[in-house]
Ligand binder design. Structure first.
Ligand code: FES
Length: 99
């Protein structure tokens, strides 16, 4: 059972899922998404606490293409590795430290 907490809304849920987005959508957590296959970038999130499995080559290439900072992941591609706290960034932002 994995617990996901979404800030700043401070909503959380527990569940079993392969990807972060699967758990969030099943639990109706407020994480925006689009394509669900790692192309649009709408599901970008910042990991605030906890960990996800390391990004695969495909996910990393997409994140690099968007110029994302380390710590930014695609919720639809990121595989759960334990409890995690995230903040959705949305399509317009990829470098939270610069905002
Ligand atoms: S929903 Fe499109 S990249 Fe994740």
């Amino acid at each position: 059972m994995t617990r996901v907490r979404v800030l700043p809304v401070d909503e959380s849920a527990e569940g079993e899922a392969e990807t972060l987005l699967e758990l969030c959508t099943e639990a109706s957590l407020p994480v925006p998404f689009g394509c669900t296959v790692g192309k649009c970038g709408v599901c970008r999130i910042e990991v605030l606490e906890g960990e996800l499995q390391e990004a695969g080559r495909f996910e990393q290439a997409v994140l690099d293409g968007f110029g994302c900072d380390k710590g930014v992941r695609l919720a639809c591609q990121a595989r759960l590795a334990g409890d995690v706290t995230i903040a959705p960034l949305g399509a317009a932002q990829c470098n939270p430290s610069e905002s």
